[in-house]
Design a protein around this ligand. Structure first.
Ligand code: ZN
Length: 95
C-alpha cells in the first residue's frame, strides 16, 4: 500500500512553495481550515508535493499529499468518513 486516503482538518495549500512565497497559497490560507479528503503518499514520490503530518499506527509521519476533495462542513466530512471507513484527523492534535 503506497498511499492512504484520510480526512484532515487543515489549511489548504496550493503548492509546495507555501503561503509565504506563493500568492495562491496565501489566498487559500486566509480562508481558514477546511475538512479535506487527502491522498497521503507513504513513500516519497518524484513530484514536489506539499507535506502534511499524520499519525499511523501511533507513529507520527511527515508525508506528501494531494487534496482529492474539500468538504463543505464537519457533518459532510463525518458522513463521508463513516460511509467509506476513513479516519478524520483534526489538525489541533498536532499543535
Ligand atoms: Zn502555491
Amino acid at each position: 500500500m503506497d498511499y492512504i486516503n484520510i480526512i484532515k482538518k487543515m489549511t489548504l495549500i496550493h503548492c509546495a512553495r507555501g503561503p509565504v512565497r506563493c500568492n495562491k497559497c496565501s489566498k487559500l490560507e486566509k480562508q481558514g481550515e477546511k475538512y479535506c479528503l487527502i491522498k497521503v503518499f507513504l513513500k516519497a514520490g518524484n513530484i514536489a508535493r506539499p507535506m502534511t503530518e499524520i499519525v499511523l499506527n501511533n507513529e507520527k509521519m511527515l508525508c506528501e499529499f494531494d487534496v482529492v476533495d474539500v468538504f463543505k462542513d464537519k457533518k459532510d466530512a463525518e458522513y463521508y468518513a463513516l460511509k467509506n471507513g476513513i479516519m478524520i484527523i483534526e489538525s489541533r492534535h498536532f499543535s
